[in-house]
Design a protein around this ligand. Structure first.
Ligand SMILES: [Zn+2]
Length: 434
C-alpha cells in the first residue's frame, strides 16, 4: 500500500509542477518584454520603410551606372531611333522565349534559322560602320561562290587523291587541263548529274558546314585542318584573274547589301593567273582591289559603302627570313599606295609553328617605319608562353593554375594596350565556331 501511496504522491507532484511551468510560460509569453518582440511599434515601421526605399534607390543607381558603361550606354535615342529600339526589344524578347534559343546553338546548326529571324533582319538593315576583320579568300558567301563563280566557263573539277598532302577535291580554270589529275569540265558534270545535287555537293566542299559540327570538329586543330582544306579548294579556283576580280566585286556588293560602310580586308595579295597559267605581276592584284573598292563606293550602293583598305596578311608558319621578306614587301606597298595599304598581319593556326616573339626583330622594322600591325592572338593558348609544350599533364596542370591569374593578366595587358595606343578586338562568336 505504501508503495502505491508514494507513487500517487509523486504523480501529483509531477502534475503540479507541470501546471506551474505551463502557467509561467503563458505569463512569459504575454509579458511586456516579449510582446515588444512580436509587435512592431510605429517608429520601426518608418525605419523599415526608409531602409526599403534606400535599397530600391541604391539598386536603381547601380543598374543605371552599369548601363552607362555598356557600348552605346550614353547614347540618347530620339524619335524614329527610339521606335526602332522598341521594335528590336520586342523581337529580342520573342526570341528569348524560343526553344532552343538560337544564340545557344552551334552556329553551323543555327545559321539558317538566325538568318530568318526578325532580329537578324532588323540588324541587317541597320548601318554597321566598319568591317575590321575579314579575309578576302573567305569573304564571299559560299552560296554566291557556288551560284556565280563556279558557273564561269573553263572551270574543271578533279575528285581523287593524287598524292599525300594534296587535297582530294580540286577546282581550277584551264584553257586545256594539265595532266596532274583526271580533270572533268564542271559544266559537263552538271549536265550529267544535275545542277542541284552538284551545287549542294560543292557547298559542302567549299565550306565547313556539316550537320554534326560537334562530332566532326572535336577541337581547335581539327577545325583548322578542315578549314585549310576548304581554303585550298577555293584558292585553286579564285587565283584565276577573272574569278578573283568577280569574287572581290561580289563580296563588296554583299557588304553594301548588309549596310557596311567601310572594310579593312586581310589579303596575301597573291599573283593571279590567266587560263594558260601565265602569272600577272603582283601589283595587278592590288590594282584590282583599288578598282573594285572605287566601283563599290561610286555605284548604286555608293551612299551606303564608302570604301576600304587592305591589310597584308601573310602566313606565320614560315622562317624569320621569309617574314623579313614579307615585311620588305609591305614597306614597299605602303610606300607605293599609302591610301590603300593599312598595315600588316601574320595568319594561320596560332598554336602550330613558332610564336610571334620569334619574329620580333623583323616585326619591329614595321613600327620603325610607321606601318601599323593587326595581329591575330585569340586562339593562342596561355598567351603564347608555350608552357608545357609536349607535356600534356604539365600543360593541363599549369593551365588550371594560370586560370586563377588569367583575369589579372588580362587587365595588365589591357593597361599596356591603352598606353601603347593599341586597339583590342575580341570576337567571341568566331571562337564559338572553332
Ligand atoms: Zn582573321
Amino acid at each position: 500500500m505504501r508503495w502505491w501511496l508514494s507513487l500517487g504522491c509523486l504523480w501529483s507532484c509531477f502534475l503540479l509542477l507541470l501546471a506551474l511551468i505551463s502557467y509561467h510560460f503563458y505569463q512569459s509569453c504575454d509579458s511586456p518584454q516579449t510582446a515588444q518582440l512580436w509587435s512592431t511599434p510605429a517608429n520601426s515601421h518608418t525605419q523599415a520603410r526608409d531602409n526599403l526605399s534606400d535599397y530600391w534607390s541604391s539598386r536603381s543607381k547601380l543598374l543605371t551606372a552599369d548601363q552607362l558603361l555598356e557600348t552605346g550606354g550614353t547614347v540618347v535615342l530620339h524619335g524614329a531611333e527610339q521606335q526602332v529600339n522598341d521594335l528590336l526589344t520586342v523581337f529580342k524578347r520573342e526570341e528569348y522565349k524560343e526553344t532552343p534559343f538560337e544564340a545557344g546553338r552551334h552556329f553551323m546548326n543555327a545559321r539558317e534559322d538566325i538568318e530568318k529571324s526578325n532580329v537578324f533582319e532588323l540588324i541587317r538593315m541597320m548601318p554597321k560602320g566598319s568591317m575590321l576583320h575579314i579575309h578576302d579568300i573567305s569573304m564571299l558567301s559560299v552560296e554566291k561562290l557556288v551560284s556565280n563563280v563556279t558557273y564561269m566557263d573553263h572551270l574543271y573539277l578533279c575528285n581523287s587523291t593524287q598524292s599525300v598532302g594534296e587535297p582530294d577535291v580540286r577546282l581550277q580554270f584551264f584553257a586545256t587541263p594539265d595532266t596532274t589529275c583526271d580533270w572533268l569540265l564542271l559544266s559537263d558534270v552538271r549536265a550529267s548529274l544535275g545542277a542541284g545535287p552538284v551545287d549542294q555537293w560543292l557547298i559542302g566542299q567549299l565550306s565547313m558546314i556539316v550537320e554534326r559540327p560537334d562530332d566532326v570538329y572535336e577541337d581547335l586543330h581539327s577545325s583548322w585542318v578542315a578549314f585549310d582544306g576548304v581554303i585550298s579548294r577555293v584558292r585553286g579556283m579564285i587565283h584565276y584573274e577573272p574569278a578573283w576580280r568577280r569574287v572581290i566585286s561580289l563580296a563588296l556588293q554583299e557588304m553594301a547589301d548588309d549596310n557596311i560602310q567601310y572594310a579593312e580586308i586581310r589579303s596575301s595579295l597573291p599573283q593571279l593567273s590567266d587560263l594558260s597559267g601565265n602569272l600577272y605581276p603582283a601589283s595587278h592584284t592590288i590594282d584590282i582591289y583599288r578598282a573594285a573598292l572605287l566601283e563599290a563606293a561610286s555605284g548604286d550602293q555608293g551612299n551606303r559603302f564608302w570604301g576600304g583598305r587592305v591589310i597584308l596578311a601573310m602566313s606565320r608558319h614560315v622562317s624569320p627570313e621569309q617574314v623579313s621578306a614579307d615585311v620588305d614587301r609591305v614597306l614597299q606597298l605602303r610606300s607605293d599606295q599609302p591610301d590603300l595599304v593599312a598595315g600588316f598581319d601574320l595568319v594561320a593556326e596560332e598554336d602550330c609553328g613558332a610564336p610571334l616573339k620569334e619574329f620580333v626583330p623583323q616585326l619591329l622594322r614595321l613600327a620603325e617605319n610607321g606601318v601599323q600591325t593587326f595581329y591575330h592572338a585569340g586562339e593562342t593558348c596561355e598567351h603564347g608562353l608555350g608552357i608545357g609544350k609536349g607535356w600534356y599533364l604539365e600543360k593541363e596542370l599549369l593551365r588550371l593554375l594560370l586560370r586563377w591569374t588569367g583575369l589579372q593578366r588580362m587587365w595588365v595587358e589591357r593597361r599596356g594596350f591603352r598606353q601603347a595606343g593599341t586597339a583590342f578586338e575580341h570576337l567571341p562568336s568566331i571562337l564559338s565556331v572553332t
